[in-house]
Design a protein around this ligand. Structure first.
Ligand code: DAK
Length: 257
């Protein structure tokens, strides 16, 4: 491994992957991402590992995909390189992944943290999708996952301006689980991992799978489901009572029928 450091038993049952290209702020070149994919596949098969933590260093989790590696590529080059297959493998990891983030998590770095299952951030963490500033847009799920995580208005603002979100704001908007002082980052990530590691690994895997499923339902499907339930309320006595009470300017009496 050239660009990552893997510690299989960082703590009993807990593996650690550290992104290790510090001079380039852990810019995610293709080799680094392939190494991450290979490490995750091996850890997924390793029965001694229950939870995986991925971290960077104090300056950066990752400042994005490697711009220097992409700059002169054509659309067809990008298509043929097909980095998506590597990134897709990462999100197929069955075991829970906690991202422990300090410093920059930008562009592909931010998208990488969102492909993890939970995020513990240090007070110095900065999240953002600044691709717009270099003439492109997020390519590894940023427009979808960030929008789902923090809502349309804020995601629009971040993606269209390239502004960063502080750790505090990221917590406020629900992007991260917890914000801690830098020196507590790994401790906090391990505490969370330890708790999960005590649970049935089968149940943890199935729960992770089920939660991720909720992101795969299309809006149309969700709206159709909502609509059927909306119609169904019109089969209830309570809907009749509620609307009649409104018209008669009185308090409704519901029977639950
Ligand atoms: N790529 C390559 N090198 C980078 C880099 C990056 N994303 N970010 C930083 N570096 C390098 C800098 O070039 C510099 O190298 P030297 O000049 O020393 O050789 C070194 O790291 C230190 O950076 P700075 O000197 O710029 O440090 P500062 O503290 O002044 O600034 C910064 C820190 C994070 C604000 C700044 O470095 C910055 O703006 N970086 C770029 C952030 C960015 O635009 N990120 C988005 C990149 S586009 C896909 C998957 C993913 C993606 C696309 C497709 N597929 C699966 C197909 C994702 C795309 C992106 O992420």
């Amino acid at each position: 491994m050239e660009f990552i450091i893997v510690t299989e038993q960082y703590y009993p049952g807990i593996a650690l992957i550290q992104l290790n290209r510090p001079k380039e702020l852990n810019a995610l070149n293709r080799k680094l991402m392939e190494e991450v994919r290979d490490a995750l596949q091996a850890l997924d098969k390793n029965e001694g590992v229950r939870v995986i933590i991925i971290t960077g260093n104090e300056q950066a989790f990752a400042a994005g995909a490697d711009i220097k590696q992409m700059a002169d590529k054509s659309a067809i080059d990008m298509l043929l390189i097909d980095q998506f297959s590597t990134w897709d493998q990462i999100r197929r990891t069955k075991k829970p992944i906690i991202a422990a983030v300090s410093g920059f998590a930008l562009g592909g770095g931010c998208e990488f943290t969102m492909m993890c299952d939970m995020i513990i951030a240090s007070e110095t963490a900065k999240f953002g999708q600044p691709e717009i500033k270099i003439g492109t847009i997020p390519g590894a799920g940023g427009t979808q996952r960030l929008t789902k995580a923090i809502g349309k208005a804020k995601a629009m603002e971040l993606i269209l301006t390239g502004r960063f979100l502080s750790a505090e704001e990221a917590h406020f908007y629900g992007l991260v689980n917890k914000v801690v002082p830098v020196e507590m980052l790994m401790h906090e990530a391990v505490e969370l991992a330890k708790e999960i590691a005590q649970m049935s690994p089968v149940a943890v895997q199935l729960a992770k799978e089920a939660i991720n499923r909720s992101f795969e339902t299309q809006l149309d499907e969700g709206l159709a489901f909502e609509r059927k339930n909306f119609y169904l309320t019109f089969a209830s006595a309570d809907q009749k009572e509620g609307m009649q009470a409104f018209i008669e300017k009185r308090k409704p009496t519901y029977t639950g029928k």
